[in-house]
Design a protein around this ligand. Sequence first.
Ligand SMILES: Cc1cc2nc3c(=O)[nH]c(=O)nc-3n(C[C@H](O)[C@H](O)[C@H](O)COP(=O)(O)O)c2cc1C
Length: 233
Amino acid sequence: MSLLDRIGQKLLFSFDPETAHGMSIAALRCGLPVASPPMRDARLMVSLCGLDFPNPLGMAAGYDKNAEVPDALLKLGFGFAEVGTITPLPQRGNPKPRIFRLTADEAVINRLGFNNEGHAAAAKRLAARKGREGIVGVNIGANKDSADRIGDYERGVARFAPYASYLTVNISSPNTPGLRNMQAREQLGELLSRVMAARAKAAAHPPIFLKIAPDLAEAELEDVAAEVIEKRI
Ligand SMILES: Cc1cc2nc3c(=O)[nH]c(=O)nc-3n(C[C@H](O)[C@H](O)[C@H](O)COP(=O)(O)O)c2cc1C
C-alpha cells in the first residue's frame, strides 16, 4: 500500500465500518478521490452475453446499494459497477451494528439485510445517467416482509431493464430469512420462469444473471445449473 492509502485506511478504520462505508460513498459523490483516468489494456477485455467489459474486476453489489455513484466507480477503473441490492420498497435492514471488521483477515462480516432506499429512488438516479458509457448492472431483491417475493423480482426486472447493462437476480443473501429457499429446484423454476417472462415484456432486454450462495452442495448446484440452462438465464 502507498503511504497515502495507508493514511486513508487508518482514517477510515477510526470509524465503525458502516460509517466508513457511508463516508466513502459521500467522498465519491463529491468527486473524491481525484485520480488519473484508469489505464486500459486490451488484454484485460472480457466479452460476455453481449457485454464488452474493459476488465474483469467489478465493484460487487452491496457497496453502492442505492445507485448513487456508479459513474464514479467506473472512473476509478472498475470494469463494471453492480448497484443494489434494490428491493421494491425502501427498508431499513437489520439493527446496528451489522458490519464487523475482521482486520487480520482483511475481511468483513456483513449482516446488513438489504438496507436500501427502494426502487423509485434508485430508478430516478439511473434514469438520469441513461445513455452514459460503462457497464452498470442492477442487482434486484425482495423485501423482507413481501407477501409475493417472486413478484418483487418481476417488478425489479420491469423497473430496471431500461437502465441496466445487465440484471442480477440475487437469492444469495443469508440476511433475509427464507430468501435462500428460492434456490430449491421447484421455487427456483418458478422464479426464473416469471423473471424471464417479465424480461420479455420489459422495455429493454438486458442479460440476466443469477447470484447464488457460495456454499451450496454439489447436488444443489446441479439443480440450479439445470434450471439456469433451461430458462436461459
Ligand atoms: C458490506 C457488504 C454488503 C453486501 N451487500 C450485498 C448486497 O446488497 N447484495 C448482494 O448481492 N451482495 C452483497 N454483498 C456480497 C458481495 O456482493 C460479494 O458477493 C461478496 O462480498 C463476495 O465477494 P468478495 O469476496 O469480493 O468480497 C455484500 C458484501 C458486503 C461485504
